[in-house]
Design a binder for this molecule. Structure first.
Ligand code: NAD
Ligand code: UD1
Length: 336
């Protein structure tokens, strides 16, 4: 079975391509390399001992999409392609809506015309906005996001729900990721942000490896156990396993289905720093600073629905997340 993976060269996409190849799928990876490197997929091929087909191109290029669907018997699409820098999305909303919403709609149109109706979409816990209570189950209300990036995820979810209502042939998974971290245990592929990382885990790793001086902890006055923000960090290998399970489950059902992909456990920023120091043996100096605009105090998943319906649950604990992040970062101090 052939799967089209958009954004396949990126952090999560490359891990998904590897898992698909290992599970016996044929993979077409489409990526414009806007925020990633061609090298990730070369390494994926080496790790898998199998070839994939890489297409350098854009999901907004309708002609290219039509050609891909005409030339290959694609049965399903894993759609990771998108821009994800929250601050940049505030400064450049049009770029984010054009890429994440416009690009997605173009992709769905090409799929519809080609008769391909099975889709797994990368959504985010950001669609829950400022949550009222924890943990977050899929029935918690969604809310307008505080930034265009988050809003683009919410809009695409709504587009896909409308699509499933309009045409019963669609089988769609809306996977709401909590906080993906970690790397493949080989240390060969991992997260390679361009410029200063926006997210906590790659920032900690770059401080530990000596690329950055210290971590800025955004807010130490939240109503949490140590005052710093609490999140549900999930190992990327567990996360992509959830995609493979969703792909299988979609084979036998239609409609749009929402599943949280999280562990159900929250850790604070300072707990993450301490756990990373313990595993890596490196010090991660930090300063406590003001809260970052748009951040919530805490956010963790109720993963029950995915456990019941996908027969999936996260297996890796914090130690593996830290050890695998450190292996990737120390073997590749400057990324790919
Ligand atoms: P990433 O930036 O590493 O990967 C995204 C990939 O999409 C990149 O390789 C990029 O070059 C490609 N891309 C972007 N625009 C494209 C376009 N128009 N056409 C073709 N390719 C394009 O990010 P990631 O962390 O792997 O995230 C993958 C998906 O998961 C994104 O949609 C992201 O919003 C979503 N997500 C990520 C997180 C996270 O914390 N990493 C959390 C929730 C949701
Ligand atoms: C952020 C985005 C979210 C996006 C997700 C994945 C915001 C408001 N939210 O989630 O929309 O889906 O990334 O890309 O940006 N922290 C620090 N110092 C740092 C970085 C982070 O203290 O240098 C703290 C944050 O305040 C937070 C925690 O670490 O408490 C996790 O932050 P981060 O990794 O950026 O993820 P989220 O904010 O949960």
């Amino acid at each position: 079975m052939t799967v089209l993976v958009t954004g396949g060269a990126g952090y999560i996409g490359s891990h998904a391509v590897l898992a698909l190849l290992e599970a016996g799928y044929s993979v077409l990876a489409l990526d414009n390399l806007a925020t990633s490197s061609r090298e990730s997929l070369r390494r994926v091929e080496r790790l898998a001992g199998r070839q994939l087909t890489f297409i350098e191109g854009d999901i907004r290029d309708r002609q290219l999409l039509d050609k891909l669907f005409a030339e290959h018997t694609i049965e399903a699409v894993l759609h990771f392609a998108g821009l994800k820098a929250v601050g940049e999305s505030v400064a450049e909303p049009l770029a984010y809506y054009a890429n994440n919403v416009g690009g997605s709609v173009t992709l769905f149109q090409a799929m519809a015309d080609a008769g391909v109706h099975r889709l797994v979409f990368s959504s985010s816990a950001t669609v829950y906005g400022e949550p009222e209570s924890m943990p977050l189950s899929e029935s918690a209300p969604t809310a307008r996001a505080s930034n265009p990036y988050g809003q683009s995820k919410l809009v695409v979810e709504e587009v896909l729900k409308d699509l499933a209502r309009a045409d019963a042939r669609w089988s769609i998974a809306l996977l709401r990721y909590f906080n993906p971290v970690g790397a493949h245990p080989s240390g060969e592929i991992g997260e390679d942000p361009q410029g200063p990382p926006n997210n906590l885990m790659p920032y900690i790793a770059q401080v530990a490896v000596g690329k950055r001086e210290q971590l800025t902890v955004f807010g130490a006055d939240y109503a949490t156990r140590d005052g710093t923000g609490v999140r549900d960090y999930i190992h990327v290998v567990d996360l992509v396993e959830g995609h493979l399970r969703a792909l299988e489950v979609l084979e036998n059902c239609t409609g749009a289905h929402v599943w949280n992909l999280g562990t159900g456990r929250g850790y604070s920023v300072l707990e993450m720093v301490a756990a990373f120091e313990a595993i890596s043996g490196k010090r991660v100096p930090y300063t406590l600073q003001a809260r970052r605009k748009g951040d919530v105090a805490e956010c963790w998943a109720d993963p029950t629905k995915a456990r019941k319906e996908l027969d999936w649950q996260a297996r890796c604990g914090l130690e593996e997340m830290m050890a695998d992040t450190w292996r990737w970062q120390s073997k590749n101090p400057n990324g790919y």
